[in-house]
Design a protein around this ligand. Structure first.
Ligand code: ADP
Ligand code: MG
Length: 316
């Protein structure tokens, strides 16, 4: 099976929306952005063994590959619209590509985004996804956090990191579904990001680890933060995983990556409104601290027990 068969069987579909003038099948896609909208563009690469484990279910991998990029659009407060997919495959495995494409499409559709093009080459398994979205008004950036802002998460962190740690010693079947789900089936918080626009000052999605991503916001905004270590408490599954592996749950919650919750800095005058909207969306938001004038991170009370060298994932 060649690349054209793979494309025809698994990726080519009639355009879903009027915004796609020319979709998969020509030299390039031709898109019709909404007049006067800003385009929001983000690219991510996932490498086997680094961003995902070898042998992971292709359907889950397709889902996650799309969601990771859609999460970036969510963190800007944008509407996801279009996706492109650069697939590097060691072999043309029809069954694998079918699963991957199904997962990818399900994730895209759930965020009202559409696959409009891509590329397939042979090589070590690598997935590149570009997401394009639109903003009709000001996007949510990392650099606009202000003194006194409340720092709020769209939901609990740590589950993905706990699942990854458990995988070092047990098989998938022995991992609580709630944790494995956080690792394999992240959900881009698109509606939450949309709601935050106009209420919050700044936003980021938690991909590298909560503290590391918070630091990006603080550095970009030229402010610091005071955090409440007790704000994050492990649920039963997370606590059991910590006990089982001899690790600290706090490490996973504050520094583990791959959660894809949003972290926003919202002025106190708007915090209650935003929390109410997020709860109506079915989220369980968590307030973790405040933005302070002094730079750097400070803890209100005792700091959580963590590995001191860990400051989020970095490639180099
Ligand atoms: P070209 O050689 O002109 O770059 P390709 O043979 O790479 O064309 O691709 C043919 C068509 O299939 C293009 O429209 C391209 O966008 C689309 N395509 C290729 N790979 C993928 C993929 N993985 N997902 C979606 N569309 C793809
Ligand atoms: Mg090509």
């Amino acid at each position: 099976m060649g690349e054209f068969d793979l494309i025809a069987r698994h990726f080519s579909r009639p355009a879903q929306s009027d915004s796609v003038e020319v979709g998969i099948g020509d030299d390039a896609a031709v898109l019709r952005p909404t007049p006067s909208a800003s385009l929001v563009v983000s690219t991510d690469t996932l490498v086997e063994g680094r961003h995902f484990r070898s042998g992971v279910d292709p359907e889950a991998l397709g889902w996650k590959a799309a969601m990771v990029s859609l999460s970036d659009i969510a963190a800007m407060g944008g509407f996801p619209r279009w996706l492109t997919l650069a697939l590097t495959l060691p072999e043309a495995d029809d069954h694998w590509v079918a699963g991957f494409a199904a997962g990818f499409r399900a994730a895209a559709t759930s965020c009202q985004a559409e696959l409009v093009g891509g590329d397939i080459t042979r090589g070590p398994l690598t997935i590149g996804v570009t997401a394009l979205g639109e903003c009709l008004d000001a996007p949510l950036t990392r650099s606009a956090a202000r003194l006194g802002d409340v720092l709020v998460l769209t939901g609990a962190t740590g589950g993905a990191a706990a699942a990854l740690a458990l995988l070092e010693s047990v098989t998938e079947e022995d991992i609580p579904p709630s944790l494995l789900h956080r690792l394999d089936r992240p959900v881009a918080r698109v509606a939450a990001g949309r709601a935050a626009r106009g209420l919050a000052h700044a936003a980021i999605d938690v991909s590298d680890g909560l503290l590391a991503d918070l630091r990006h916001v603080l550095d970009a905004s030229g402010v610091g933060a005071r955090l409440n270590a007790n704000a994050l408490t492990p649920d039963t599954d997370l606590q059991a995983a910590a006990t089982r592996t001899g690790r600290a749950a706090a490490q996973w919650m504050w520094a583990g990556g791959d959660d894809y919750e949003l972290l926003v800095a919202v002025p106190p005058t708007h915090a209650r409104t935003l929390l109410e909207i997020w709860r109506e969306q079915g989220l369980q938001p968590i307030e973790i601290g405040r933005v302070t004038e002094a730079s750097g991170l400070h803890w209100a009370g005792d700091a959580p027990t963590m590995d001191p060298v860990s400051s989020g994932y970095q490639h180099f």
